[in-house]
Design a binder for this molecule. Structure first.
Ligand code: ZN
Length: 455
């Protein structure tokens, strides 16, 4: 048994089957042994978590970093520092909002070149499926993307066009051949266009600063139809499909039924759909705008139930930043403002605060924030659990301690946040990446040591 360089121990260590007192022995960045709390050697550094929770480093499989090309929106250095402060040790970057997008092997190379040397946590990459790039998918996979993302509706940026069912029928056989997961922004244009038509060409009574105007412009039907389509294709092609940032509760029965009948489809939701409710969003508060939208209270409670029964597998941030002026706070125009919420750093406390009120446990939290996202991106063998042979990615946090979100405490490039002023429970104390401390109560490692995970 190798001599550990560091042992992290505590009274509440989240192991795959229990939460118990334990010592985690780390050698060369890997967990080599898990022993009883008292079973430690004296000739190495021992980190005492005491009664705080020792959990696997969080895995966030849905992050938009935007570098290169839109680095003023967010960049690798700022995003990965925010991640470390939020207890995240692995994140996976989305293939759009950077220029070029990650839809070709060259696009991936531009990403990797931009990220190198800047990352405080480990970073993986999604590739993109856009109309006509089927022939690029094998090369992207070979260069190490974790899987592929597509949109079924306008993505918000011109260089990442959405696909139609026809495009998917071309791409899916290749994705199946490659054994790649396809993650899908599941809203289709039909119901949204229908809604716009019924609202009239240029109605004078539309109030763009009213949240309800925006909510009604992105009806649940757009998500429901999209989920239905993806289940149909998933079944037909025997593909592996995952629905990103799921919001509509009306589509949950479809997902449930598909899972029961063995369709290989999974789903995620995000903290903002679980914390906020449409009824509480003030006029002009465009920091709450994202697509699909935050829906009604009743919808939110259905999402919580779906997390509880496993219909929704995980909670990821969909960290989607932009410069604050693009949020149009002065006019408060929800229809024109950029959609996206930055919450990479706050995913744990936002989810935990509301999960515990509904009777969910820290074990549930570890499944939603660590284990399931690691499995989605094919990293289960290395990430997402405290067990022998895994990377020693570990975070220590206090679930009882509360704090008030102040924009200044966020390490994201831009601080505008719908969480400002909210009291949340769950303070991240320390974060370790492969056994090295990268965050400690507001202080960061001096050097970025994150790896680029090209799997
Ligand atoms: Zn996204």
């Amino acid at each position: 048994m190798p001599v550990p360089e560091i042992i992290i121990r505590g009274q509440r260590v989240v192991l795959p089957d229990s939460i118990s007192p334990a010592s985690i022995h780390v050698h060369n960045g890997t967990i080599t042994r898990i022993s009883s709390y008292d079973d430690v050697t004296s000739n190495c550094e021992i980190v005492e978590a005491e009664s705080s929770i020792v959990m696997p480093g969080l895995v966030d499989s849905h992050v938009h970093i935007n570098e290169p090309g839109r680095t003023d929106w967010e960049g690798f250095a700022t995003a990965t520092r925010a991640a470390a402060a939020g207890g995240v040790t692995t994140l996976v970057d989305m293939p759009l909002n950077s220029i070029p997008p990650t839809t070709t092997a060259e696009g991936l190379k531009a990403k990797v070149d931009a990220a190198r040397g800047q990352c405080y946590v480990d970073v993986g990459f999604w590739g993109g499926v856009v109309p006509g790039n089927t022939s690029e998918l094998a090369a992207l996979m070979k260069e190490g993307v974790v899987g592929f993302k597509c949109f079924l509706i306008h993505s918000g940026v011109e260089e990442f066009p959405n696909v139609t069912e026809k495009d998917l029928r071309q791409a899916l056989p290749e994705l199946v051949r490659l054994g790649a997961v396809l993650i899908v922004h599941a809203e289709v244009p039909g119901p949204i266009e229908k809604r716009a038509r019924s609202a009239g060409p240029s109605p004078t009574n539309v109030r763009p600063a009213c949240y309800r105007t925006f909510l009604e412009s992105r009806p649940r039907a757009a998500e429901n139809e999209a989920v239905g389509l993806m289940i149909k294709l998933c079944r037909e092609f025997r593909a592996r499909i995952h629905i990103v940032h799921h919001s509509s509760a009306d589509a949950l029965p479809l997902l449930r039924e598909a899972r029961v009948t063995g369709v290989s489809i999974t789903a995620e939701t995000c903290p903002h759909y679980l914390v906020f409710a449409a009824e509480e969003i003030s006029d002009g508060a465009t920091e709450f705008k994202c697509c699909p939208p935050i829906r009604e209270r009743e919808n939110r409670e259905q999402l919580w139930k779906a997390l509880g029964d496993g219909t929704i597998d995980m909670v990821v941030s969909d960290h989607s930043p932009c410069p604050p002026d693009m949020k149009l706070r002065e006019s408060g125009d929800f229809l024109q403002a950029w959609g996206g919420i930055s919450s990479l750093q706050l995913r744990l406390p936002a989810t935990w605060t509301h999960a515990q009120r509904r009777g969910h446990s820290i074990k549930d939290l570890a499944r939603w924030l660590c284990q399931a996202p690691a499995a989605l991106v094919g990293l289960s063998g290395r990430k997402g659990a405290i067990s022998v042979g895994r990377d020693a990615d570990i975070m220590i946090w206090n679930p009882e301690k509360e704090f008030v979100v102040e924009p200044d405490m966020l390490h994201h490039r831009h601080k505008l946040t719908p969480y400002a002023g909210r009291t949340l429970a769950g303070v991240v104390e320390k974060t370790f990446l492969r056994g090295e401390k990268i965050y400690d109560a507001g202080e960061f490692a001096t050097k970025p040591r994150g790896l680029l995970l090209q799997v």
